[in-house]
Design a binder for this molecule. Sequence first.
Ligand code: F6R
Length: 596
Amino acid sequence: MCGIIGYAGQSGDTLDVLLGGLEGLEYRGYDSAGVALSNGDLSVCKREGELYHLQEAVDGGLDGPVGIGHTRWSTHGPPSNQNAHPHTDCSDDVAVVHNGIIENYDDLKDDLADRGHEFDSDTDTEVVPHLIEERLAEGATFEEAFRSAVARLEGSYALAAVSEDSEAILATRRDSPLVVGVGEDAAYLASDVPAFLDYTDRVVYLDDGEFARLESGSWTVSDAEGKLLEKSVSRVEWDAEETAKSGYDHYMLKEIHEQPRALRKCLRGRVDELTGSVEVDALEGLNPESVQFVACGTSYHAALFGAQALREAGVPAQAFLASEYAVAPPPIPDDALVVGITQSGETADTLSALREAQRRDARTLAMTNVVGSTAARECDGALFIRAGPEIGVAATKTFSSQVVACNLLAAALGDRGDAREVVEALRDLPGQVQELLDSSRAEQVAERFLDAKGYFFVGRDYNHPVSLEAALKMKEITYKHAEGFAAGELKHGPLALVTGKTPVFAVVTGDDETATKTVGNVKEVEARDAPVVAVTDGASEVERYADAVLEIPETHPRVAPVLANVQLQLVAYHTANKLGRSIDKPRNLAKSVTVE
Ligand code: F6R
């Protein structure tokens, strides 16, 4: 939620690095953007709207060896030039960018206003440059002033500041991500690695309460008292190519097509195809008797799947919305493991739920895509889904990888001895996804129902999380009403909404009793004139009642949801594309939600 970039290097390069970095961070927020560069004089430019407005406004005009930039997702005050970051002090000598929420900003602002400070914006952030200004006026150095301002803040923040009297960027974090990039003769700072991956893959992850000082080609990290810390430099595995669009119109489409590769990577080294055994290193030493999943949004849908898979494998398991778990946690059994499923590893609600579990002495595991993320670092173990960078705001490949990782958890922890069949199905899955991507008729289905007033998605058992996920994808990128239901629930209320203008997508796999019951629910909607789209492996009778069919190959019931979901990702994508929506950056959303 909001992206921060910083560069300390050579004049001439700064603006390009900042604007390029902001492009890589736009997925975190895109309602306004700004930069501040210092060369003994501070220049600031900021604009409401997507990044190109800022790019046009600066037009190469700013320079200096150090600079900071920001792309915003509004929390305090609507998108506007005034509310865009960086924010400055009264004399425009200090500029600050911020990600997070400063909870005591009202009090700080009142105090500062009483002492004569004037504010231009509605933001919480603006108090920070003014606090720095006050200490500078008392004779403090820039670093002393920055530390003293930070000491007065309550809430969550990643902060970076520049001043016209200094060639350093000062930065710190609490509950919001910040990473330093180590270049040959330059140092970088960002909310997330892809922002500077074109320049360096060597990174230093800041921990809460640490301070970084970046100067042209050098960096240091210190603790709250100013003591220098020895931080290790890690190498990230992602490369810049992986974060580019590679000829696709949208990141989302590229990422949908990356699923075969992502799934292979998730499985590599974790399954023994000969014996059917599954090895999940991240579980070493944890040996849980039960599992509680906490997650948000798409990751929560993967958690619903995971809990069902574990229960079926004989392990008591439940899935909780992280935002609810954090405020109203359930009892945690002694031998339980609390698993946070979070693509980014930075979602504030999920981190909060995991911390609540830790406070109650529970052991925790992060199932995440981002090595070095806060969740990965704070939990007792980390199971990486290895999907590679996901830039499109709508999660696609990471959901599939999460479902596969949940299957691995179920096979590793379960005691039913049927892992072999799941492993065989998982082995075939990447190839099946590829075939489906090559042959899908999702675009025609999207075209046919483009005028629909709303969309319903139904499924039972493992296909219930798929129906929820498909509806979320549809609403977030098409802006049309969409709901997912457990198929059996339709008749308990939602059926009243079903008309000839509301297509119902029914996910029906296998031909067991569950499938038969779902077919019964499909007949109920068909009788109300609703067009039915069956997403099916053809094993049941559902096609007889369907107006359109999206086929998937037959496979294990714990693996079929991935295939059904890929078809529905494509329906959502093509619907949004035909409606001309902003697919990679849907309105009001951001990829990494670091506020509660
Ligand atoms: C929807 C989507 C969100 C995220 C949610 C959690 O397409 O991407 O619902 O799933 O914000 O994010 P992570 O997984 O990063 O914790």
